[in-house]
Design a protein around this ligand. Sequence first.
Ligand code: MN
Length: 425
Amino acid sequence: MNILDTTHDTQLRSWVDSANVADCDFPIQNLPFGRFRPADTEEPFRIGVAIGDQVLDLDAAKLVDHADMNRLMAATPEERAALRKALSEGLAEGSTKKGDWELALYAQSSVELTVPCRIHDYTDFYTGIHHATTVGKLFRPDQPLMPNYKWVPIGYHGRASSIGVSGQVFKRPKGQTRAPDAVEPSFGPSKRLDYELELGFLIGRGNALGEPIVIGDAERHLFGVTLLNDWSARDLQAWEYQPLGPFLAKNFATTLSPWIVTMEALAPFRAKFERPATDPQPMAYLDDASNRAAGALDITLEVWLQTAQMRDAGAPAVRLTRGNTTQAAYWTAAQLVTHHTVNGCNLQPGDLLGSGTLSGPTPEQAGSLLELTQGGKQPITLPNGERRTFLEDGDTLTLRGYCERAGATRIGLGEVSGTVVAPRG
Ligand code: MN
């Protein structure tokens, strides 16, 4: 899966001019998959590939004869590599496909994008050790990390029905909360609404019930990566999370970026997976040479905020944080796949595994407001003088991600935005 081939060649250029612009998220070396239809129509969604500021319709380009992303995701890695090669060759400068494929192109500004595949099941992990430590300190100063953290990838089963695509607008959730000094809980809109900066790993081929995926095969079951915002109501969470974990604090909305950047596209941006020598090393079933050599991903992640007041004043979004996944994740995507199936649990094409909040080691790399404001105690001040401890109605939160390395062409994950509005009634 980490193999570099002609599709990664930095000299490659596309006959789609916008794909050759420096800092473009979707150069010909990327080729991420999504589902689209012409805007303001009721046409069925079909499979497309982002190239520059355009989308290539895979059916019209005669590369697939169906509109089922999950079916495409279930292909073998060899079939996927062949499709990537055909896309790369057809979109490259000088290709004889240009005449036909120009007719299969849509401007991204003219299409509606949706959640990139049917997601049957969603599991959210907790691989961000700095997030786990900082949040743990807020709740348990004596023991920030639970004794299991460095041994077992922690996760919970999330809710797939409330997953939406970038642009998702959702009402502030209501629920039960209990103030620290209160005897009884009260009911009302969440006062501590937060975001979580995460990656979403989408499963390609599944496994049969009772047949675990060994670590050496795990990457063959991963299709690709999206950005994921795991919106979280911290006050609901604090009251409900024991003893069975997150529930209504997390399942009112989860937002994904529309383009799945494939594992093949990420091949130039792999990194060593290393543990400090003083930490427990992964158990044998979660360890192998290739996971150690290149199991980690090197992705820069950013969080941007635009308040309603900023939007009304025509002020751009402000960046709250920037960090890198190599410093944030305690487990690799392959380890999550293997651990998820080690008891025989079956994964299906399109299943979503969230990474957990990917905060870096320093405070300004925090992937949530809970961390940035130290549990709501230290408000942040925005350029226009507004202050935030948690999200207010009208706030739009955007996550961005991209990969940059010497000797490789920069690729982007695009962005995922979402906006919270006032609760009903
Ligand atoms: Mn989460």
